[in-house]
Design a protein around this ligand. Structure first.
Ligand code: SD4
Length: 325
């Protein structure tokens, strides 16, 4: 292939040919990120996950790794009965089963995940063990449960009375409404530790009243969450089907690798969804990204997608910009 054709081909493969906000000549040049240690440690998480961010921050300040921090952070909503999208208290599927998905990645590119896991309150910790103790990346269903029990996790009932009541009410109407402003809270969390290393995690009970057996984006490495320690990380919340079809978190990290800011990378990934999947406009996806320098950004299909950040000694709440106003 001639040089010029090859470049055109690469640009269109990346879907960047029409990007208005970056000079094409710079797109294929990988950036080398110069760390800005004054920006560390930093933690960023989806939605109003303030307690999770505080917990992760404490770990980092105590000198723990970014991996320890994101795991500790994700465990907070996992054990919170009032968080109806994660772990204990999560909304069940349409048959009344709470089924959980989670993933985790460290700065060495190691990854672990669990899908369709039942009866275990902390799927993120099981995902970490899959990463550390097995030759695999993902364990699912019965096998994931057996693996968790073998490693000392307790079998518990995760369906709270409150979740059961909502499920019973839903059964009367059977109206399937994937993600609106009242039924979210999946945690995606990214952190950079004092050494400048990046890690990420994601944990969810998935879409409320989903079909039995449905698995979303959160445990799919590159969809619900992705980390590359050379570049940074990204994570997603919202309708997982749209995120999976466009491999959003991987796309965002790759766009940052080639020069986009975290905000522009998230914006591009949201625009990809809206362009390719017209009905996505009626629903929500929110992306968060953090680059190696400690800069962060977020973008969503619809307003409002809040997120929480710890940096420079402060825990702050932000709202993302959105494609639809
Ligand atoms: C899923 N992305 O399973 C998750 C749902 C979610 O807040 O983010 N809810 O599709």
């Amino acid at each position: 292939m001639k040089m010029i054709d090859r470049k055109k081909f690469l640009l269109s493969t990346l879907g960047l040919a029409g990007l208005p906000f970056i000079a094409k000549s710079t797109i294929l040049k990988k950036l080398t990120f110069i760390n800005k240690p004054e920006n560390f440690p930093v933690v960023i998480a989806t939605w109003d996950n303030q307690r999770a961010v505080e917990t992760a921050t404490k770990e980092l300040i105590a000198g723990k790794t970014a991996l320890d921090a994101v795991e500790a952070g994700a465990r907070v909503p996992e054990s919170d009965p009032d968080d109806t999208s994660v772990g204990y208290g999560g909304m069940p599927d349409r048959d009344g089963n709470v089924t959980l998905d989670a993933s985790i990645m460290d700065h060495l590119g190691n990854a672990g995940s669990v899908t369709f896991l039942q009866h275990i309150k902390h799927p993120v910790s099981v995902a970490r063990l899959v990463m550390e103790k097995t030759p695999h990346v993902m364990l699912s269903g019965e096998g994931a449960l057996r693996f968790a029990l073998e490693h000392g996790f307790k079998k518990e009932n995760l369906l709270t009375d409150k979740a059961k009541e909502r499920w019973k009410k839903w059964k009367e109407e059977q109206h399937y409404n994937p993600v609106n402003s009242n039924n979210h809270d999946t945690i995606g969390i990214l952190a950079i530790d004092k050494q400048g290393n990046v890690a990420g995690a994601c944990s969810t009970s998935g879409l409320a009243f989903k079909m039995n057996g449905r698995v979303g984006d959160s445990p799919i490495i590159g969809a619900g969450m992705y980390v590359d320690n050379e570049v940074g990380g990204a994570c997603a919340t919202g309708v997982g089907e749209y995120v999976m079809k466009t491999l959003g978190s991987f796309l965002i990290v790759e766009l940052m690798r080639y020069g986009l800011s975290p905000l522009d990378a998230c914006k591009h990934a949201i625009q990809r969804i809206v362009e390719k999947i017209p009905e996505a406009r009626n629903n929500q996806v929110g992306y968060l990204a953090l680059n190696k320098k400690g800069e962060f950004g977020a973008f969503s299909i619809r307003p409002v997608f809040p997120y929480t950040v710890y940096q420079h000694g402060e825990n702050k709440k932000f709202e993302s910009e959105s494609e639809l106003k």
